[in-house]
Design a protein around this ligand. Structure first.
Ligand code: ADP
Ligand code: ADP
Length: 226
């Protein structure tokens, strides 16, 4: 069974622009998968549909066999999404942002506190736990979004340009963190327009351009073509 199956996904925005022209792909459990493509290709639109920020026009999405239209809350338990935009309350404390997310998944308070501490420590944010999120730098906010997305320990983690605007040192440490999460069995899909990022992290890749998948292959095979 696939971790993610997308079939003929289409998106037409209200202004009539077709951002996705029928995308199909399947990602196997345990994979570290990149959705690679230039700006405007449709990567964020795809992620937006997966976290229900964007409504799809046609097609289906299954997370470990669960159709998001038929059982959204079931799929949500298995899925963690880190979108592009920072979308937390800027006055709320770092620690509370992560802990409060647990309420959506019905996690016991004690478990939520333990996990929040674990992930904030691993992501280098524990010292900032009592700060309001607006005091964080951009790279810290990005890491806070990752900690929040992991609170229910999803089997599939999807990140939209997780290292956009992050300097190279910090980018490396975020890569290491994600590799560790993947090594523990979490399937990871990320979007990027850096080939280098896909090359260092991912095993398989879909290349998306103008709303279409133009190639699905392994990173190794892709690099051989270049
Ligand atoms: P709303 O939430 O009211 O749709 P938006 O700011 O999202 O407001 O969009 C305003 C208009 O601009 C809409 O017609 C939308 O389709 C269009 N739009 C928004 N983002 C983009 C984009 N990245 N590229 C092209 N058009 C966009
Ligand atoms: P990527 O993440 O690959 O850069 P996006 O999914 O953000 O691409 O955008 C895909 C295409 O859809 C772009 O041409 C973008 O301008 C357009 N688009 C994005 N949001 C909207 C919107 N709300 N309304 C109209 N067009 C949009």
């Amino acid at each position: 069974q696939s971790a993610l199956t997308i079939d003929n996904l289409q998106k037409i925005y209200p202004n009539g622009f077709q951002a996705l022209k029928g995308i199909s792909l399947s990602v196997q459990p345990g994979d570290f998968y990149a959705l690679l493509g230039p700006n405007g290709a449709g990567k964020s639109t795809t992620i937006g549909i997966l976290c229900s920020l964007v409504r799809k026009s046609a097609g289906s999405v299954k997370v470990f066999g669960i159709d998001i239209d038929e059982n959204f809350s079931g799929a949500k338990q298995l899925l963690g999404v880190v979108p592009q935009e920072f979308n937390f309350n800027q006055f709320e404390k770092v620690q509370d942002i992560v802990i409060n997310q647990a309420g959506f998944y019905g996690l016991p308070a004690r478990l939520a506190r333990e996990r929040a501490e674990k992930y904030l420590r691993q992501l280098g944010l524990w010292d900032k736990r009592d700060e309001p999120s607006r005091n964080l730098s951009g790279g810290m906010k990005r890491r806070l979004m990752i900690a929040r997305a992991l609170i229910h320990e999803p089997r599939l983690l999807i990140l939209d340009e997780p290292t956009a605007g992050v300097d190279i040192e910090l980018r490396r440490s975020m890569w290491e963190f994600l590799e560790g999460i993947n090594a523990q069995g979490t399937t990871i899909i990320l979007t990027t327009h850096y080939l280098e990022e896909a090359e260092s992290l991912c095993r398989n890749v879909a290349i998306i351009d103008k709303g279409e998948i133009v190639q699905q292959t392994s990173i190794k095979a892709l690099l051989k073509q270049l």
